[in-house]
Design a protein around this ligand. Structure first.
Ligand SMILES: NC(=O)c1ccc[n+]([C@@H]2O[C@H](COP(=O)([O-])OP(=O)(O)OC[C@H]3O[C@@H](n4cnc5c(N)ncnc54)[C@H](OP(=O)(O)O)[C@@H]3O)[C@@H](O)[C@H]2O)c1
Length: 270
């Protein structure tokens, strides 16, 4: 029997994109999946897709950056399923723009979603995850390795999660909760993905489908591997792994490489 059979997995931000791909993969492996996002109608579509595959899912709308809504999400999860085995903190929004031009709302929006939106569900899930000796995964990014030009609030928010996860591993060691971080590389966009622009307004990103980006299914498979292995981190792609290693040895070299390639980041933020 699969180690995932009848396990309850809550995936925040699973109405589309990477979170949806992780939910589908976990459901295929036998998990009872709790889908979350802010729009019930989008969640119901994913729930139907999972049920058509023979899986089990619940759709619970909640804004996880709001403590009371995150509390309702966890309460409702336990009411419906009686336990929680895995929390995948997937919610996150990126940002665009140089620090000199950022509207103050950008920082607030990015940190509220990416930091509060992961910390609140984590805190609230701990009592149940202690009982199940379960897993908490943070979906991070290669942008958490070294602060990136044009992506500063996003990079900083993912780095904040790294510190949070490190402390959490030590605090929860005696309770045998597994805490893992998946540093995700640039991934395909086949859906309406939004980013926070320099003016604080949401912008829809262009589709990203070339061969240089990972598929969402690949990210989901790496998330499953992290759950299975109970390791701390996985950094995606060879470039990501080299970047991580080089940054530990000499961040100055990484900085020089970034300065040399600054035009790519400028193009990206257009
Ligand atoms: N895509 C990439 O290239 C890439 C690369 C590296 C890392 N990542 C990370 O991977 C994760 C997922 O990225 P993605 O590209 O799949 O994002 P996405 O397409 O923008 O999807 C975000 C999901 O989160 C939900 N959501 C947003 N804010 C929420 C909130 N406050 N409360 C509850 N749900 C919320 C959205 O649904 P509603 O809008 O309906 O709430 C949606 O389901 C993020 O943490 C991102 O930083 C992505």
């Amino acid at each position: 029997m699969s180690q995932f059979q009848n396990k309850v997995a809550l995936i925040t931000g699973s109405s589309q994109g990477i979170g949806k791909a992780i939910a589908l993969e976990l459901a295929k492996k036998g998990c009872i999946v709790i889908l979350n996002g802010r729009k019930q109608d989008k969640l119901e579509l994913v729930k139907s897709a999972i049920e058509q595959l023979g899986g089990a899912a619940h759709a619970i709308a909640a804004d996880v950056s709001n403590f009371n809504e995150a509390q309702n999400l966890l309460h409702e999860t336990i009411q419906r399923c009686g336990k929680l085995d895995m929390l995948i903190n997937n919610v996150g929004v990126s940002s665009r723009g140089y620090i000199s031009e950022l509207h103050p709302d950008v920082l607030q929006q990015v940190f509220s979603s990416n930091v509060n939106g992961c910390i609140f569900p984590t805190q609230l899930a701990l009592p149940e995850l202690r009982k199940s000796k379960g897993n908490i995964i943070f979906i991070s990014s290669l942008a958490a390795i070294h602060g990136l030009p044009g992506l500063a609030p996003y990079s900083a928010s993912k780095m904040a999660l790294q510190a949070f996860a490190e402390a959490l591993r030590i605090e929860e060691h005696e309770h045998q909760i597994h805490v893992g971080i998946l540093r995700v590389a640039k991934t395909a966009i086949e859906h309406q993905k939004q980013t926070v622009g320099p003016d604080g307004q949401l912008q829809t990103l262009k589709a990203r489908t070339n061969e240089k980006v990972l598929s969402m299914e690949r990210v989901a498979q790496d998330c499953i591997k992290l759950l299975e292995s109970r390791r701390f981190t996985n950094t995606q792609t060879l470039i990501g792994k080299l970047n991580h290693l080089l940054n530990r040895i000499s961040p100055i070299i990484v900085e020089r490489i970034l300065i040399k390639n600054i035009h790519r980041f400028k193009e990206e933020s257009q």
